[in-house]
Design a protein around this ligand. Sequence first.
Ligand SMILES: [Zn+2]
Ligand SMILES: [Zn+2]
Length: 277
Amino acid sequence: MTANDIIDIAAATPRYNFHGHTQFCDGHAPMEDFVVAAIAAGLKHYGFTPHSPIPIASPCNMGEDSVDEYFAEIRRLREKYRDRISLYAGMEVDYLGGSWGSWGSSCSYIQSLPLDFRIGSVHFIPAGDGFVDVDGHFDSFKVKMSRYFDNDIESVVKSFYAQSIKMVEAGGFDIIGHFDKIGHNASHFRPGIESEDWYMAEADRLADCIIDNGCIVELNTKAYHQHNHRVFPSERLLKRIIRGGTKVIVNSDAHDPALIESGRQEGFELLELLNKS
Ligand SMILES: [Zn+2]
Ligand SMILES: [Zn+2]
């Protein structure tokens, strides 16, 4: 499968989803439960995206030692449900870059895996001589802001977008995951931050880099119902990339089979509105 195949599928039907987590990382159910839920929801294409192995300790990421088992399970499920749904082996690959030999989708280990597609995402940013996960729940983000970043939210936001630009330039992935996700925790930390000029300039620089590099963007609806209709990227950034000709697909990033379609209908409606405007 290529990035163009993903674009073709998304152009042909809304009955797909290319972002979801299972027992292989921080998802809350076995892969087969997601397949059953996807079929029940009428999906025809489902892509699994466990958080990739990474060379730092992380409770959310799969270990290298379970990668073979993951591919074996995909093969088993593909065979079992072949008449009902097309299943794809993906990964949501973390980008660390820098001192980790440009760890990310473009690194030789990830490229050597027989993946159908890759989502490139930034969840970690550099801190001291290591990395800190800034993607989690706000309560833990707040603790980390004080512990590792001296409560300097501007430097954290800038670091997130700088990492994201390096990831896009390094390439090796098909879809960029939730590309302004830092805006969510940053907004909790300092309400209104996403409307500040410097913030918008940082996010716009990444959006323009995405446009120039021709990545597929996901409209990530994971937070839609939980967080006051928030989607990633924000409506403002979506408008900018659509104007720039970027292809957008709608993914739920479900960690629970019951949420497999959560926010997707609303995501399509938003896209339709923006495409008309
Ligand atoms: Zn993610
Ligand atoms: Zn995810």
